[in-house]
Design a protein around this ligand. Structure first.
Ligand code: PLP
Length: 424
């Protein structure tokens, strides 16, 4: 039973808030949870009920909620200055963070351009790649190659290189024309060779296409894309907005195939998931093409108001320090093994499950019954877990800080919810 305050908050939510990716007619007929606080890997609603945050508050949470080290770093920075622009000024945390990011990024990525969401990190990579080729005298190289089932955000450029018809179809007339191929070595190789003269860049989500349904790429795919790009003089954009910061078992997914992209897009987990911040890293080669006299107009004409926000950068620095002190990557590998066991023993044998896919702490459980994934994610709340589906796929994207017992709960609750929804 919900208390009076919760009912009143729900009514006001329905009156005033329009929720993303949500059919509001259905929402308005339901009884949405209202989250009030969080502790560790748990969300707590206005009735005091606790839920394991099984999708990391939309894939952002790294060290759990409320980590003192991140809060203190943010508070200390807020006392100094909450915001100062990077347009015409520098600030201390953004300098320190850029240096730290270059240190951990794949080799060759030496420059950091800040923004505030995954979508903007991608827009920046697309626009930089486009402008780069103009500066080096190859203006015909202005198109982008992207993958079927790809997702790079919801702004117009990011949607133009998106490959999920349900999300992207309606905006067709607004988009620029990208070349789209299946996520297969041969398809990418052939398309890059065929279109090399007009291609500015290829954009991929390395190792796993997240929003497309946790689609795990075959081993060697990222390497094959890198090689095709290098051979034919095309830039490579690695969108690690979802896969970055330890999610797949290494700091960045590209590392697993020894790949350095020309652009690396990061967001979500950059601040540990506490506040918005994004970055697009690129190479000396790209950066230096934009150098010249101010009156030549070669500068990169792009910048968001909160670019390089010092509080967000301080949070990110604190989060990166925690990777060391908490030995996060080791923990991810242990938890990934535990999830793999749970998938094998408890989930995959259920008749309602068509396929399970996993890379590190990114998991997709594809159900055979259309529409059932939504019901499972509603039902699993009764067992104290928050999940969110992607089409027919139930997603596990737990915080990297999830412990052994919480992992057990995640597996057990999901199995029971699938059974409850008719999938015995
Ligand atoms: N790129 C990838 C791979 C993503 O998974 C997402 C979001 O899920 C984005 C970009 C967009 O990020 P944001 O929602 O912060 O704009």
């Amino acid at each position: 039973m919900s208390g009076e305050r919760t009912r009143a908050l729900r009514a006001r939510d329905k009156q005033f808030v329009w929720h993303p990716f949500t059919q509001m007619q259905e929402w308005n007929a339901g009884e949405p949870l209202v989250i009030e606080r969080a502790e560790g890997n748990w969300l707590i609603d206005t009735d005091g009920r606790r839920y394991l945050d099984g999708v990391s508050s939309l894939w952002v949470l790294v060290h759990g909620h409320g980590r003192r080290e991140i809060l203190d770093a943010m508070r200390e920075q807020m006392e100094r200055v909450c915001h100062s622009t990077l347009l015409g000024l520098a600030n201390v945390p953004s300098i320190e963070l850029a240096e730290a990011l270059v240190e951990i990024a794949p080799v060759g990525l030496t420059k950091v351009f800040y923004s505030d969401s995954g979508s903007t990190a991608v827009e920046i990579a697309l626009k930089m790649a486009f402008q780069y080729w103009r500066h080096v005298g190859r203006p015909a190289k202005r198109r982008f190659l992207c993958l079927e089932n790809g997702y790079h955000g919801d702004t117009i450029g990011a949607v133009s290189v998106g490959g999920i018809p349900l999300f992207h179809g309606v905006f067709g007339p607004l988009l620029f024309d990208a070349i789209q191929v299946p996520a297969k070595d041969d398809a990418v190789r052939q398309a890059v060779a065929r279109h090399a003269e007009e291609l500015a860049a290829v954009i991929i989500e390395p190792l796993v296409q997240g929003a497309g349904g946790m689609l795990v790429q075959p081993p060697g795919f990222v390497r094959a894309v890198r090689d095709a790009c290098s051979e034919h003089g095309v830039l490579l954009i690695a969108d690690e907005v979802a896969t970055g910061f330890g999610r797949t078992g290494t700091m960045f997914a590209c590392e697993q195939e020894g790949v350095s992209p020309d652009f690396l897009c990061v967001a979500k987990g950059l601040t540990g998931g506490y506040v918005p911040l994004a970055a697009t890293l690129t190479t000396e080669r790209v950066y230096s093409a934009f150098l010249g006299d101010r009156r030549e107009g070669k500068q990169f004409f792009h910048g968001h108001t909160f670019t390089g926000n010092p509080v967000a950068c301080a949070a990110a620095l604190a989060s990166l320090r925690l990777f060391e002190t908490d030995r996060v990557l080791e923990r991810v590998r242990r938890r990934a093994d535990q999830l793999a066991r749970g998938l094998r023993e408890r989930i995959a044998p259920l008749p309602a499950v068509r396929e399970v896919r996993q890379k590190g702490l990114m998991v997709g459980i594809e159900l055979a019954i259309p529409g059932a994934a939504y019901d499972v994610c509603q039902r699993v709340r009764a067992y104290g877990v928050i999940l969110r589906p992607l089409g027919d796929v139930v997603v596990w994207m737990p915080p990297l800080s999830i412990d052994e017992r919480e992992t057990e709960l995640l597996v057990d609750a999901t199995a029971r919810a699938i059974e409850d929804c008719g999938g015995r």
